[in-house]
Design a protein around this ligand. Structure first.
Ligand SMILES: [Mg+2]
Length: 339
């Protein structure tokens, strides 16, 4: 397979702030894999939290080139394990290769990927719409802009938590999910926050404590009135059994798992262990978001809105109607470059 790599700057509609950082634009890496007259598309959304940058992603892709050059894409299970084994990290770059190979397969077979996986596209869930950390006035403005979305995901984990939730509840009575992004390091403080949120019609809380503190999370879960969902604590299927006693659910992202095949293994592992499943994302264009949407009929909760927060999405793919994700009908990912 022939690999083509390019970068694109994705601009945010609003400055995007979470507990640990903020940005008004992001550079993602886009790839094309061409073989036998067909081209598969892929995207890397590097995340510095996991030691990924644009440069480290490109470096990984260049290393993968020698494997891809001689690869037979029909043997994609073997091929994608080979890619996986090239590095202990750089899963976002692996995800781009995984989705491009599967896009190629779907296009060759002339089926959309969700059909290739045997899924009912009509079962795609409603996605939440994320509201980053901001001033109360801006929070209210963003909630007004997100009028068409019945579920909101509110980023907390700063000293402004009370002011933000007050603004949210002044603006709307919609269902709210909270993501602390590791922002409440003291378990007793986290428990107080969760009791307070339970009175504000919050559905669940994502990653309250810093990753790697499973016994503290287990302590919290025993006392928590709300479900607790792992994000920064879970990357791969092999992580899940160790955290099943501490969390009620996991947030799977293809950029963390290294692609759709591992995400699928995670979905089945989490189900076997009785965990609820969310499918989430980074700041991504409609290309990578659509890849995840193809697996979304299998999960309980979707947070696939990275593309909706962009001012210049370079791709057209999955749609949204009243929050419900709509799968495209084209073969493979069903994604095309925006005119
Ligand atoms: Mg999260």
């Amino acid at each position: 397979m022939k690999l083509h790599i390019e970068t694109r700057e994705l601009r945010m509609q609003h400055v995007w702030r979470i507990s640990r950082d903020q940005a008004s634009a992001k550079v993602n890496v886009f790839i094309q894999l061409e073989h036998d007259g067909v081209t598969g598309f892929g995207e890397v959304a590097p995340n510095i939290r996991y030691n990924e940058t644009t440069d480290s992603s490109i470096e990984f892709l260049e290393r993968a080139q020698s494997v891809l050059e001689s690869a037979n894409p029909w043997h994609f299970q073997d091929l994608l394990w080979q890619i996986h084994d090239l590095d202990a990290e750089q899963n976002a770059a692996k995800a781009a290769i995984d989705m491009a190979v599967l896009d190629w397969i779907g296009k060759k077979l002339e089926v959309p990927l969700y059909r290739f996986f045997g899924l009912d596209g009509g079962k795609a869930p409603v996605t939440s719409y994320s509201i980053g950390i901001d001033t109360p006035e801006k929070i209210k403005e963003k909630i007004r802009e997100a009028e068409g979305y019945p579920i909101l995901k509110i980023k907390l984990g700063s000293e402004d938590d009370e002011r933000i939730m007050q603004a949210v509840r002044e603006a709307t009575d919609r269902t709210v999910r909270v993501d602390a992004n590791e922002g409440w390091p003291d378990p007793r403080q986290a428990l107080e926050k969760i009791h307070w949120l339970a009175q504000l019609n919050v559905e669940f809380v994502e990653q309250p404590l810093p990753a790697g503190r499973l016994e503290d999370v287990a302590w919290l879960r025993e006392r928590s009135p709300l479900p607790i969902v792992a994000d920064e604590d879970v990357h791969l299927a092999r992580d899940i059994s160790a955290l099943a006693h501490a969390y009620d659910g996991i947030n799977i992202k293809i950029m963390k798992s290294g692609g759709l095949l591992e995400a699928l293994r995670m979905i089945h592992t989490a189900r076997a262990l009785g965990l609820s499943i969310m499918l989430g994302c980074m700041i991504e264009s409609s290309l990578a978001i659509t890849a995840a949407v193809h697996l979304s009929p299998l999960v309980d909760w979707a947070d696939l809105d990275g593309n909706l927060l962009l001012a210049n999405d370079p791709f057209v793919g999955a749609g949204v109607q009243d929050g419900k994700l709509i799968l495209p009908d084209g073969p493979g990912l069903g994604v095309r470059i925006r005119e």
